[in-house]
Design a protein around this ligand. Sequence first.
Ligand code: 0L1
Ligand code: MG
Length: 261
Amino acid sequence: MQIAEKKTIAQYLLDAERERREVVRVTVDYPELNVENAYAVQEELVRMKCEENLSIVGLKIGLTSRAKMEQMGVEEPIYGYLFNNMLLENYGELSFGTCIHPKVEAEIAFILDKDIEGPGVTGAQVLAATEYVVPALEIIDSRYENFRFTLPDVIADNASASRVVFGNSLTRPDRIDLDLVGMVLNINGKAREMAAGAAVLGHPAHAIAALANMLGRKGETLKTGQIILAGAVTEAVRIDIGDIVQAKMDGLGDVGFTVVD
Ligand code: 0L1
Ligand code: MG
């Protein structure tokens, strides 16, 4: 893929995000887009955001549970970057008007106190490099029409990243069996989705290891201080104005937000 094409596609996706409108998926016009050059587009998009003085606060790995893979019709995890302007206050408000067609996912987040460099990273190494785990809600908002895309499309679109909310309670990773953590995603006080941590590649730390190993192939590392989302344990749920969203995670605490106009 030519540099000019990468820039054109990255700008197309950034404009869609800024103007809050859904667009035709990239592979309609660029059927040759594959996973490798989709990550090159994503890198360009990340570079453009950094040029606008946004800063990277962490990363996300997505499509790490069977439920999500089946929902989106894909077979492998993907990653994307989290920026400072994506952070929502815990139990704060998400303005629906600033989104296109948002969905929410309950996830476990890892706060690192050591760098993690792949390849060959294991879940045990991830836990040893983790200062705290926290409950999180990720708001995804694909820039594509009807949330429909191929794997290269969603990679180019920074893995649909839009917002993220972190809970206030910090738990040391050696104090909890993350695979056994039960969680309930409540919408307007009703349990909408429920699962256990093991839904994410058998153990959420395996997802962070998979991410470190994917980045390691490009010579990139997960860095001290970054917050990493391990991926949704359940399907993503559409949200609308007035919705009160809360995830409760056994031993980890809770996290929430309300959707306003
Ligand atoms: O788990 C995820 O965060 C996946 C995001 C990309 C796929 C989607 O938009 O559902
Ligand atoms: Mg996610």
